[in-house]
Design a protein around this ligand. Sequence first.
Ligand code: PGA
Length: 258
Amino acid sequence: MNPEKDKIYIVGNWKMNPVSLDDAETMFDEMENDVYKMQGDNIEVVVCMPYVFISDFDSDGKIKLGAQNIFWEKQGAYTGEISSEMLRKIGVKYAIIGHSERRKYLGETDEMVNLKMKACLAGGLKPILCVGETLEERKRGDAGEIIIGQVERALAGISESDLRGKLLIAYEPVWAVGAGMTPSTDDVMSVGLLIKKVISKFYGSRELAENTPVLYGGSVSSQNCFDLVDKTGLRGLLVGGASLEAREFVGIIKKFVK
Ligand code: PGA
């Protein structure tokens, strides 16, 4: 086994939960206790929690810390924003970029996503780039085109050497996020292959494509998680709702421990 190439990523996205630090500590400690007991080297577990809690957690523990967003400038007069630089200094290793909820509620465009991708890498964080089609786009048969466009525009102007060993891409069909339904494993597999093809063509590098982990996200549970990776050739999962309950999240991780 090649430890890097075969690594499975299980990323929890807590979104705007929980409301108190006490609850965040309870959830995290419960998860971490179990992960300490069981985790082999083949799994990277990441929790992306609200900014306000992050610095209260040990960044050198078994669970890595991630952010749910960043701003594209390093510092300055940008009210309410947080930079990748600031996050790295408190031990954050990953940042979700371009989540569909940010695209929907905050008007995040592909151009903003591209600026954030650049800032994320420049600040020393690994981006987890989210792409995915809406239900209408899928029904129209446009899913492939949408995903190709999102990947290409997110990566515009970023060199292969800047991405090597850092980029992760999460395929999150918008219609599956928080909806209790998932695409078929065949559909997930074909989008995974499509994303690899886009990267390979965009950079003229099959190696980069092969080494870029593609994750699936959208209504993942301990029931459906194994097939979504095992039957698709993907390299992990971005887990929303199911990451808010320690037992369920740990149940997902356990399925992949070797
Ligand atoms: P969900 O969210 O697992 O609750 O569908 C996934 C995500 O938004 O990353």
